[in-house]
Design a protein around this ligand. Structure first.
Ligand SMILES: NC(=O)c1ccc[n+]([C@@H]2O[C@H](COP(=O)([O-])OP(=O)(O)OC[C@H]3O[C@@H](n4cnc5c(N)ncnc54)[C@H](OP(=O)(O)O)[C@@H]3O)[C@@H](O)[C@H]2O)c1
Length: 342
């Protein structure tokens, strides 16, 4: 299968590598300038021997390459337009999280009263959510597969193995805890609600996958946005949830999650053979598994090929993820005012 990447200098280079290692042919990528494309092209060649074409206009790339899969790794505000175009040239789409977000410079949340019911009410957020729904519906109409990358959800099987070893069957989920720290977050998303917008999709994708068909309970909603972190506590489905996303440039980042108080640390590193893997640790017990991004890409390719399975986060889960992220943010209390423009 032929794959192209829109935006390969950041996380996109890892997608390019994983698609290549999973047996696809990465024929091209796009960037914003000739200089950045040259630099990224060299990086991809060093990573996995990339020999494809480069473009500074993604539309030209899609018109010419007509790929089986378009992998979208550009800034959030361009995801929808690029997805729509990719569907028009009949490609399947694998898009980075969040599935979409409006340009942060175009609206403010601070004076907007949230709803008591589980719905997005801010007009600009609502508009983005509606557009996302229609793009996902377009994928369905065209029989193209939309998948979103939020790789933590791929850790479910490894987590369940270690959980069940210590606790028996993971039948009832009464609580879910998620902590994700990151050293660097791209541009506009590195403070206040930007941190939530950027990282919450990882927590939400796990929650959605763990408790289908859950819903947000609006009577238990508490979200605190600070400059370097956001903590949200709420009820979803059968569980009480605590999700903390945080910027931590100073010390080793912590990544932890688990259900019913059984928490594991998550980290990625090369194993004894030098293969980059994911590890879950609970006390002295460590489970090694395939890197979560690699697993997510593998599952997406399998879903495109066979149709017998679905991506870890399909279009409908991506819309739900976005909607929950927006609703929770609309209910946030800010330390300082939310930073979006008046
Ligand atoms: N799943 C994860 O763990 C994870 C981690 C990081 C980021 N992400 C997500 O991945 C996406 C990209 O983030 P990033 O950190 O990789 O960002 P980045 O480092 O800023 O890279 C963005 C890429 O998109 C290209 N680009 C910029 N504006 C564009 C436009 N208008 N149209 C087409 N391409 C454009 C850039 O081209 P140049 O090469 O010319 O600069 C660059 O290659 C975001 O949605 C982010 O939330 C996910």
């Amino acid at each position: 299968m032929n794959v192209v990447i829109i935006g390969a200098s950041g996380i996109g280079k890892h997608h390019a590598k994983w698609f290549h290692l999973e047996g696809c042919h990465v024929t091209a990528f796009s960037g914003t300038s000739d200089a950045s494309c040259r630099k990224t092209g060299q990086t991809l060649t060093d990573l996995f021997g990339f020999q494809g074409r480069t473009y500074t206009d993604y539309r030209r790339m899609l018109d010419f390459e007509k790929p089986d899969i378009v992998c979208i790794c550009s800034p959030n505000e361009s995801h929808l337009e690029q997805t729509r175009y990719a569907l028009e040239v009949n490609s399947h789409v694998y898009c980075e999280k969040p599935v979409a977000w409006p340009n942060l410079a175009t609206y403010t949340l601070s004076s907007h009263p949230p709803s008591e019911s589980p719905e997005v009410t801010h007009p600009i957020l609502r508009q983005t959510l509606d557009k996302t729904r229609s793009v996902v519906a377009l994928a369905d109409q065209r029989n193209r597969l939309f998948g979103m990358n939020a790789q933590y959800v791929a850790g479910r099987e490894a987590y369940q193995t270690i959980y069940e070893k210590h606790n028996g069957p993971m039948d009832d989920i009464e609580s879910f805890y998620f902590l994700l720290e990151s050293k660097g977050i791209s541009g506009n998303y590195s403070s206040y609600e930007g941190i939530w917008i950027d990282m919450a999709p990882h927590a939400l994708s796990q929650i959605i996958a763990l408790m289908p068909p859950g819903n947000l309970d609006m009577s238990h909603m508490d979200c605190r946005v600070k400059e370097d972190n956001t903590v949200a506590r709420f009820r979803y489905g059968s569980g009480s949830i605590e999700a903390k996303v945080s910027k931590n440039a100073e010390s080793d980042v912590k990544r932890k999650f688990g259900v019913n108080g059984f928490l594991v640390d998550y980290y990625g590193q090369p194993d004894d053979q030098g293969v980059y893997c994911a590890f879950l640790r609970h006390g002295d017990d460590i489970v090694k598994t395939v890197d979560f991004m690699q697993l997510s890409v593998r599952r997406y390719i399998k879903s495109v090929r066979s149709g017998g399975t679905t991506p870890f986060v399909d279009g409908h889960a991506a819309v739900k993820n976005l909607e929950m992220s927006m609703i929770i943010l609309e209910h946030a209390h800010a330390d300082n005012r939310l930073t979006l423009k008046e």
